[in-house]
Design a protein around this ligand. Structure first.
Ligand code: ADP
Ligand code: TRP
Length: 322
């Protein structure tokens, strides 16, 4: 069985980009993999400095994950900061990570350009992420395309450690689905919590409809043909509509007759129905926070047991045992 691992930041409400890029692939591998899923609160700390928001976001992200079907008895599910071994490993790895490798990371440049403070934590983010992956000797890491470079960095850091101190780490590989690699947001850019352009997973109807109506479209009149492959409304519809419905919609785009207002109403209804059961489950989970904490604590114990084995080996290899 392959060891599959991925994490998600509790830096805001989880959205349909997170769902298709990472959460859904993780859930589908639950039956035939050794699965590690976690909430990366230490990473979120690079952009959220609000105690209440981070703590509440962590619990809510846990509820989201369980609501969409993650079964904690079939995986290891925990909160990153509760396994402090990851920070020690990140430090050790940082000593075999070249500045140039981190300087080439797009995510740091993109985030600072969007106004996130250029802290050391944000710059060193990929090293902590490498520690996340290597600590559990993960083989496959399901992510959206924005994280591809970070997985390559993790791989490079593993190679660097192995060649400095001897074979220690498994080399991880990203698993990215071509069709789900970049889900567009309301404005057509990558949907992201940090860009304020998301459709969160479990909005109430009124709020969800408002968001969907805010999907940006061009001003081509209804009767004129439009290019479906350049339209983010079309890309979002494709995630939820049946192939038959999409064939119909495509023909309207190509031949004229695609009315954005009606298509947005369709999208609203499709999203509402798709997550209807999960939304109810989440409500139940949110009123039972002790249960959520208990699930996460159990996950922490299992994760920590794995983490200490790797860290012990790392300490030995690096000369931190005397
Ligand atoms: P965000 O950018 O919203 O803060 P995260 O950084 O927490 O999201 O990402 C969690 C996972 O979801 C990652 O694997 C990431 O690649 C994936 N993901 C995030 N946004 C998208 C998107 N728009 N399309 C596809 N995958 C995405
Ligand atoms: N950096 C990832 C993101 O923003 C989250 C993350 C942290 C992660 N550690 C990880 C993803 C380890 C996969 C594996 O999406």
């Amino acid at each position: 069985m392959k060891r599959i691992l991925s994490g998600i930041q509790p830096s805001g409400k989880l959205h349909i980009g997170n769902y298709f890029g990472m959460m859904k692939p993780m859930i589908s591998s639950m039956e035939n993999a050794e699965l590690y899923a976690f909430i990366v609160d230490l990473h979120a700390l690079t952009s959220v400095h609000d105690r209440q928001k981070l703590a509440a976001g962590t619990l809510e992200a846990a509820a989201d994950f369980l609501a969409i079907g993650l079964d904690p008895t079939k995986c290891i599910f925990w909160v990153q900061s509760e396994v402090p071994e990851v920070c020690e490993l990140a430090w050790v790895l940082s000593t075999v990570t070249s500045m140039g490798l981190l300087e080439r990371c797009h995510s740091y440049k993109d985030k600072t350009a969007k106004g996130i403070a250029a802290s050391h934590g944000l710059f060193a983010y990929p090293v902590l992420m490498a520690a996340d992956i290597l600590l559990y000797q993960a083989e496959i890491v399901p992510v959206g395309k924005d994280q591809k470079q970070h997985i390559e960095v993790a791989r490079d850091i593993a190679i660097s450690f192995n060649s400095t101190f001897g074979e220690t780490f498994v080399l991880p590989e990203a698993a990215i689905s071509e069709s789900m690699a970049i889900i567009p947001g309301l404005d057509g850019q990558k949907m992201s919590k940090s860009y304020g352009n998301t459709i969160p997973l479990f909005l109430e109807d009124k709020e969800l409809r408002k968001r969907v109506m805010a999907v940006q479209t061009d001003c081509t009149p209804v009767e004129e043909p439009k290019d479906p492959d350049k339209c983010n409304l079309y890309a979002l519809l494709k995630l939820f509509a049946s192939p038959e419905k999409m064939a119909e919609v495509r023909s309207l785009y190509l031949n004229g007759g695609a009315a954005y207002g009606y298509l947005k109403q369709d999208l609203f209804e499709l999203i509402r129905d798709y997550y209807a059961e999960a939304r109810e489950r989440k409500k139940e989970l949110m009123v039972n926070q002790d249960y959520l904490r208990q699930v996460l604590r159990q996950g922490t114990n299992k994760a920590r047991a794995k983490a200490t084995v790797t860290l012990d080996l790392v300490r030995d290899r690096a000369g931190l045992k005397y």
